[in-house]
Write a protein that binds this ligand. Structure first.
Ligand code: ATP
Ligand code: LTN
Length: 326
């Protein structure tokens, strides 16, 4: 069975964009692959944040994974910082990564732009991500399009290391979903819906009040011609709502355009809001059950024990290849 690995950062309550672009993919693939799902808390400290409770966010993200349908019987679920091999291997990989290639990463350029004091961790972020992936011999890594470049550098580092020291790592493939890969901000549909966005009205979070979610969708920015037709360039707002509706119902864009060809925007928005609220309501109910059940610590204990076995064996192989004294 091929192996899949992916993770999210506990940097805030996850959005409908994260759910559609990342979590739904994980749920879909858990039956096809041997899956490793983790919370990337080491990555979450690369950019300093205020009013940020890392421990609480980590537990909350695990409860959300479970509530969204990630099954602990089918996945190894763990917290990155509980496994010291991620940081250990990351150092070794840093010594096999180039300053030039890391300088070209879009995320680094975007997050460091205009700042004087960004951290060295922000710069080496993709190497830690390569370490996460390569430690477990992951064949595929489901991510949104914005993370594709990071999986590509993990591939480059794996190939370089294998050439230098002999075959050690599996070269991973990114897996990008075709529908709903990029859910846009509801207020400014030219921007991606993002956890760290400042305008709360543009972002739907999975733990938002259900009536508030409905209001945000009813107020979403649309154009003025009142035709429900997919056109990302000329009609980004309505196209975004079509994407959301399509991802949650499984209907194609064509089916949606036909279904709503004589409806106005208000009617369509109401239907989209009903579908979104219905989906999130179910998630929230399960979320609070998991959060209060005590089961999370049990799942994480089992997960980290399993993860450490794989990681240790890979890290030992790396140490031998390099010639570290043992
Ligand atoms: P931040 O604002 O902290 O950068 P984010 O909301 O952009 O966070 P990430 O933690 O960077 O999200 O990404 C988590 C996963 O969710 C990634 O695989 C990413 O591609 C996916 N993702 C994030 N935002 C969206 C979106 N708007 N539409 C689809 N997928 C998304
Ligand atoms: N950078 C990713 C989170 C992440 C990840 C990984 C995803 C860290 N390590 C390894 C896949 C594989 C993000 O921000 N979504």
């Amino acid at each position: 069975m091929k192996r899949m690995l992916t993770g999210l950062q506990p940097t805030g309550v996850i959005t409908l964009g994260n759910y559609i672009g990342a979590i739904k993919q994980m749920v879909k693939y858990q039956d096809e692959y041997e899956s490793f799902i983790f919370v990337a808390d080491l990555h979450a400290i690369t950019v300093p944040k205020q009013n940020f409770n890392l421990k609480e966010n980590t537990k909350s993200l695990i409860a959300l994974y479970l509530a969204c349908g990630i099954d602990p019987k089918k996945n190894t679920i763990f917290v990155q910082s509980q496994n010291e091999y991620h940081a250990n291997l990351s150092w070794v990989l840093e010594c096999n990564a180039y300053f030039g290639e890391l300088s070209r990463m879009h995320q680094f350029k975007e997050k460091s732009k205009g700042k004087e004091n960004f951290t060295a961790g922000l710069f080496t972020y993709p190497v830690l991500m390569a370490s996460d992936i390569l430690l477990y011999d992951a064949d595929i890594v489901p991510v949104g399009i914005d993370q594709k470049q990071h999986v590509e550098i993990a591939r480059d580092i794996a190939i370089r290391f294998n050439n230098k020291y002999g075959k050690t790592f599996i070269v991973p493939e990114p897996l990008i979903s075709d529908t709903g890969t990029k859910i846009a901000d509801l207020v400014d549909p030219t921007k991606k819906m993002s956890k760290s966005s400042e305008n709360q009205n543009g972002v739907i979070r999975l733990l938002d009040d259900l009536e508030l979610i409905r209001k945000k969708i009813m107020k979403a920015t649309t154009d003025s011609d009142s035709i429900i037709k997919y056109d990302e360039e000329k009609k980004p707002g309505i196209s975004n709502l079509i994407n959301i509706y399509s991802s949650l119902t499984g209907k194609t864009i064509k089916q949606i355009e036909d279904e709503f060809k004589s409806s106005n925007y208000g009617t369509f928005k109401k239907v989209v809001a009903d579908v979104v609220v219905n989906e999130i309501e179910k998630i929230q109910k399960k979320y609070y059950e998991y959060l209060n059940s005590g089961i999370i610590d049990e799942i994480l204990k089992e997960g980290i024990n399993k993860a450490r076995i794989y990681a240790k064996s890979k890290y030992d192989a790396v140490k031998n290849k390099i010639g570290f004294y043992n």
